[in-house]
Design a binder for this molecule. Sequence first.
Ligand SMILES: Cc1cc2nc3c(=O)[nH]c(=O)nc-3n(C[C@H](O)[C@H](O)[C@H](O)COP(=O)(O)OP(=O)(O)OC[C@H]3O[C@@H](n4cnc5c(N)ncnc54)[C@H](O)[C@@H]3O)c2cc1C
Length: 468
Amino acid sequence: MNLSRKDLLRLIGTGAGAVALGSAAASPAAGSEPRGAGDIVRDVAVIGGGAAGTYAAVRLRELGQSVVVVEHNGRLGGHTQTYTDPATGGSVDIGVVVWHDQPLVRQWFERFDIPLQKASFGGGETLYADYRTGREAAGYTPPNPGAALALYGEQLARFPYLEHGFDLPDPVPADLLLPFGEFVRRYGLDAVVPTVFQFGQGLGDLLRQPTLYVMKNFGSDILRNLQTGFLTTSRRDNSELYEKARTELGDDVLLNSRVLSTDRDGGRHAVVRVDTPAGRRTIRARKILVTIPPLLDNLDGFDLDGLERNLFGQFRNSAYYTGVLRDSGIPDNLSVRNVGLDTPHNLPELPGVYVISPTGIPGLHNVKFGSPVALSDRAVQAEIRASVRRLRDAGTVPTTNPGFATFASHTPFELTVPAAAVRAGFYRRLGALQGRNRTFYSGAAFHTHDSSLIWQFTETLLPRVVAS
Ligand SMILES: Cc1cc2nc3c(=O)[nH]c(=O)nc-3n(C[C@H](O)[C@H](O)[C@H](O)COP(=O)(O)OP(=O)(O)OC[C@H]3O[C@@H](n4cnc5c(N)ncnc54)[C@H](O)[C@@H]3O)c2cc1C
């Protein structure tokens, strides 16, 4: 989500049961099979330490379960990413920025003593330009979405179950399977498209996506928060949440680690073999909670059965990138947003820049870039530089050849399946995987790319994980 202030105005426990890494002791619930001296024995092995995995690990410990988190990056947080400028010490969140104002979110941050405030988005000026040519989109102003948002809300009210995972009725309503562009035409929702697009950064080709995914991303709690205000951290450092969770979880987190193999078949435990910086380790866990994008190549080494392989093999994904440009020449108070003057709903062509926006730190701008398919970091950076150059060549903004203070791919991003697969019951079968083969699932692929909603979803899943 990347909202300008103007857009908003317009729219008007404790670790009980944890066992130290390498200890031969196990929680009482974890069984008593023979094991190696260095084995890690836990109730739950959580794979992935982003929004879903970190939340689940902390909450499971509060619920008396022992856990270990396997995270392939050197930090927790996943799509939450904060850049700290070494020169000024200023920080800027270039990944997850806002959360819903709801009790679960407030309690989650209070738990780590992290103050929240209503998000206000930077201010400053916005210039609309077509990054394909670098030309200013003179005369373009986004439509006022007010009335259309009310109509959109009426449409959302037809599908209340979208707020909770993918518990879809059978048959799935045909409207949810329409490409979003057609849905918009059918119900006269044209004026909401730029707003939905802005929220749906990372969704790829918005107008072609089945309406299901768009409505899950831009759902009724988003509409509510547009009126009441989203939350963000007062200290402008959303990563603090994950650093504090990491400290609390201590040795129960394996960073820079990856799953080599799983064996979920025999005995009382699933066996997860993991490559860690300290060498190979064996985890014995009564259950596994998978929170990583469940793509086949990302599940390499998992002992997937035919059904799991079939379902996960149907996912395709979009791509999303974020970075900080240094000394681009773009004024510190200016956002340059990409639009297409000759495209449906003036949406920019992707792959392409979504927006280059101020960070609040002099000389630094955040750039967001999206693509329907994954591209190399190199190709994306080259295209961003070329886009900035075109602004200058067209005489729109006197830009320079900027460097990247930081750059990160947040790919794979949105995981989707074709409308025909949804119609054929894909999500019914996916939901039925919960608890099967000692394995549970959470994360964006099981709900939507929204931390607050993912925490809610995870919270409702945890009793089943504990009870199994
Ligand atoms: C630029 C950007 C801005 C966003 N802004 C917002 C926002 O303002 N508000 C909002 O609510 N949401 C926002 N989102 C959406 C965000 O994706 C979700 O909020 C949320 O972070 C998704 O949680 P997750 O647990 O599913 O995925 P992640 O947070 O990505 O967690 C998955 C974790 O698994 C790890 N992992 C992946 N593969 C493996 C593997 N094979 N082995 C081990 N570990 C692995 C990853 O490193 C990661 O830590 C934004 C996303 C991006 C990219």
